[in-house]
Write a protein that binds this ligand. Sequence first.
Ligand code: ADP
Ligand code: ZN
Length: 727
Amino acid sequence: MVSASQLLTQLKTHFGYDEFLPLQQEVITSVLAKKDTLVLMPTGGGKSLCYQLTSLCMDGITLVVSPLIALMKDQVDALKANGIAAAFINSTLSPAAIAQVQTQAKQDRLKLLYLAPERLALSGFRDFLRTLNVSLIAVDEAHCISEWGHEFRPDYANLKILRRDFPAVPVIALTATATETVRQDIVLQLGLRQSQTFLSSFNRPNLAYLMRPKSAAFNALSALLQNPQNRPAIIYCFSRKSTEALAADLSAQGLKALPYHAGLDLAVRNQTQEKFIRDEIPIIVATIAFGMGIDKPDVRLVVHYDLPKSLESYYQETGRAGRDGLPSQCLLFYSYGDKIKQDFFIDRMENATEQQTARQKLAQMIDFCELHTCRRRFLLEYFGEEWKQENCGNCDVCLTPKEEFDATEITQKILSAVIRTGERFGMSHVGGVLRGAQTERIHSLGHDQLTVYGIARDTTEPELKQIAGLLLARGLLAKTGQQYPTLAVTQAGRAFLRGKEKLTLAKPVASAPASVPATGDDSAYDQALFEQLRLLRKQLADASGVPPFVVFGDVTLRQMATYFPLSPETLARISGVGAIKLEQFGPEFLSCIRSYAAEHGLQEQPIPARRRDRIRTTPRTGSTLEETKSLFLQKLPISQIASRRGLAESTIVGHLERLVMAGEPLDLSDLMPPPERLAKIEEAFKTTGELALVPVLALLGEEFTFQELHMVRMYLHQHNPEPARPN
Ligand code: ADP
Ligand code: ZN
């Protein structure tokens, strides 16, 4: 048996990584125990390593079946760059080249052999396989075997024969498709025995999900793309024509962009894809035809310039960003007009069931766009995964600081109206009743006679919708039905109506947030050095005819540009630098770092032991007050504390206030308003004679902010602790 520490040593030696990603070690241990194993992980979850490392711990050869012929060469190149003996056999090779690989395999000179599934139909080829000492069979993209999956490949039926030919060899099946039916079908079709299944979370913490209204979209997009940190980028458009137009417009701005769609010559498409993979073109403007054969790990931005047709498409397409785990953005430009465009196509569908499904999927996509609650949560719950965190800290909703307000009364009104109307309507109708609308339907149902009719006239319709959305998220309301959803009040909602508790909610905003918050800006690394290292990587890659990421990934280059390793020993400690790459590329990278460091007077920085090379989402350790306090003590401005923590500024101010009231001697002087304003506010507090803020603000007028008042209230407490207690 291989011990855990031996596995870690192998991981560092062959792949250069210090730690396993979630579930990798468990999967490897299961396969090494010769169990059939099913692995369900999102894109970027690190599936390949699960069989690649395992194969190194076994005698004999691992067969890897993959449908993506275009990717085989890159994968094999990547393994070879790490000094691992690997080869592939598919239709792109000449018969002579195939014969050569077969000889290598027979002589036991290969650890991994990649195969296209159709090979297995050839009996001569199977005879060849039977001469090998096969230790493991890996089935990549395993959902292709299921007719329930969206990419069913009849070729995959051949895998059953493989299983029969090697009854004692364990099988590892891997996929990023996790629906229950597909999962069960994989087990059935591959004949997996007493298999172990590993299902990881499908959350992609490094991806920021951002939404913007689609106005002045082109300017926003080109501004975003000017920043090299947002490239490479993929921009998805609805039509072929628009990909070409947008690519041309971007090019006119000096941005190198190429279009990609199924109407272009195959040769042109391949060339474009190749240029993108090899970092020659940083921007692709594509229809959804682009992506299947793309394994580029460092895509920093995926834009949906037009509305995707379903959340499945959205998740899959955005999933192509940030496979390497570095912060990356997914931006969707939303306009309701796009929905209408898509309706046009749906209306013309001939099959009624398909039409119905398409409508539903589109409706859910629209719900997602119009959310005022966490987008990540909605997405994961859509795919059946429970998500508990209130603030993901990495979607536009969670990143937009929200003002809070006392929502007790409006909540009571909404819940009552849902109950009074019989829990049979959606929010448009209930909202109409609350606002005292004069519609035909309200009259005919007699809802204008209800006591709740017109009790929320001063709340706008969008506001009511947003609040209802928040109540759904809080579990006070529940929604049933897909096409015409109706609202009902939950147990918790009823308890709320009976109880005396207060409820605070985020204040509704007038429209979707208009700006993209800055995210993932980890400018902690030296960007100029990073760019130099990228150039060097490109040269070395071209010299060996491989894509740049085969040399080193962005994670590795960023670490180099953070710690400035100056000796082979320290370079070896950088994530992604294994023994072979150290030998092969180490000298060049070291000399580049050394001369840059000398020129800029930089010292080598200590590399923390076993540093995680993935960017984690905000760790939720310690109490929330402690976290705010520690950031405050680092002298960060409130706005930054808020965005770091994914909380509203008002919440942070609230934290500070609680800390001050609890007697923390925080130094607030930097946050105080200028003396003359301070004096006015102090005066107003004295005049009203109380500590409530609303009367003070009423007295002072609109040019003062709540935040200032909070600060002064804290100040008054610190300088005059006795009477100051906020209510
Ligand atoms: P998947 O096939 O699940 O989409 P990959 O196998 O392509 O994922 O891995 C995604 C990225 O994560 C790759 O860039 C890979 O090099 C990197 N990776 C895999 N395992 C580790 C690890 N243990 N530590 C750091 N990075 C890893
Ligand atoms: Zn969120």
